[in-house]
Design a protein around this ligand. Structure first.
Ligand SMILES: Nc1ncnc2c1ncn2[C@@H]1O[C@H](COP(=O)(O)OP(=O)(O)OP(=O)(O)O)[C@@H](O)[C@H]1O
Ligand SMILES: [Mg+2]
Length: 266
């Protein structure tokens, strides 16, 4: 079977402005992602997760290696990959509703009427219907992040790239959106790559967890969570807590060991 996303020997090095010092951020790294998978990236701060996501999204160019989407080599960004960034991104000159509607702008698979419905659907999903007419410089940071999430979902990309999308949200909103994303994933089987620092979030959402080393990023461990904790049990809360806690402890141990390397380097 053809891999949906194929990352082959991708590497990236940043050079200082004077060109004298190099920072290797991503080692030659290879991985494949199947259609419908929800892959969670975990790893120490500064290891290169955002860089790798930006490369997958076509926003950054790798030095070597290739990325294929459905067998086609990717060069530069396009609308097949929708990205939610670590920090808030919205258009302050547009209302909440128009920001979200912007996501539907280039969709050819739905009518103008359906674009309105999709906009309302995701605006409601992220709990912002009451703020539909507010400009986004008049709402809180967490609300702006929800706008960005809704806009990306409304654009219905083939691949959803989410870089700590819930990092800045309060605990209740975060939990609510995690559940929404689990539902979307179960319903639409949207191929998703998701970066988080939250181990519990990773276990709840993942079909697979990929743990990276300290910089330069290499894969230290991959865990197929679906094989350990059935996704339905995570959605309805009936999961086996002992398995969950054991897995959490295992992952934390690996990350702590990698984090220790990060401290040694600085
Ligand atoms: N444009 C750039 N120019 C030079 N160095 C960069 C650039 N972008 C990132 N870096 C460096 O690359 C390394 C990896 O950064 P990256 O943002 O990918 O890490 P991360 O894993 O996403 O970290 P975090 O978990 O804190 O978000 C860091 O050391 C960072 O300083
Ligand atoms: Mg990052």
């Amino acid at each position: 079977m053809q891999n949906f996303i194929e990352i082959s020997d991708v590497s990236k090095t940043y050079w200082s402005e004077d060109g004298k010092t190099e920072t290797k951020v991503v080692l030659p790294l290879s991985m494949t992602i199947a259609e419908g998978e929800m892959v969670m990236f975990l790893g120490p701060s500064g290891c290169g997760k955002t860089t790798l996501m930006r490369i997958i999204g076509g926003l950054e160019t790798q030095d070597h290696g290739e990325i294929h989407l459905q067998g086609e080599r990717l060069a530069g960004p396009d609308r097949r990959r929708g990205m939610v960034f670590q920090s808030y991104s919205s258009f302050p000159w547009l209302s909440v509703r128009d920001n979200i509607k912007f996501g539907t702008r280039y969709r050819k698979d739905i009518s103008a009427q359906e674009k309105e419905e999709v906009t309302d659907h995701y605006m409601n999903m992220v709990g912002l219907t009451r703020y539909a007419d507010f400009y986004t410089n008049r709402i809180s940071g967490g609300m702006r992040q929800r706008v960005a999430i809704a806009r990306t979902l409304a654009s219905s990309p083939k691949v959803l790239l989410m870089d700590e999308p819930f990092g800045a949200l309060d605990a209740q909103t975060r939990e609510y959106l995690q559940l929404q994303l689990m539902d979307i994933n179960a319903r639409e089987k949207k191929t998703t790559v998701f970066v988080t620092h939250d181990v519990e979030e990773a276990i709840l959402l993942a079909s697979r967890i990929v743990i990276f080393s300290s910089r330069p990023a290499r894969i230290v461990k991959e865990i197929r969570v679906d094989d350990l904790i059935p996704p339905e049990s995570r959605r309805d809360g009936s999961l086996d807590m002992e398995t969950f806690m054991a897995l959490r402890a295992d992952i934390l141990k690996i990350i702590r060991a990698e984090y220790a390397h990060t401290l040694e380097d600085t």
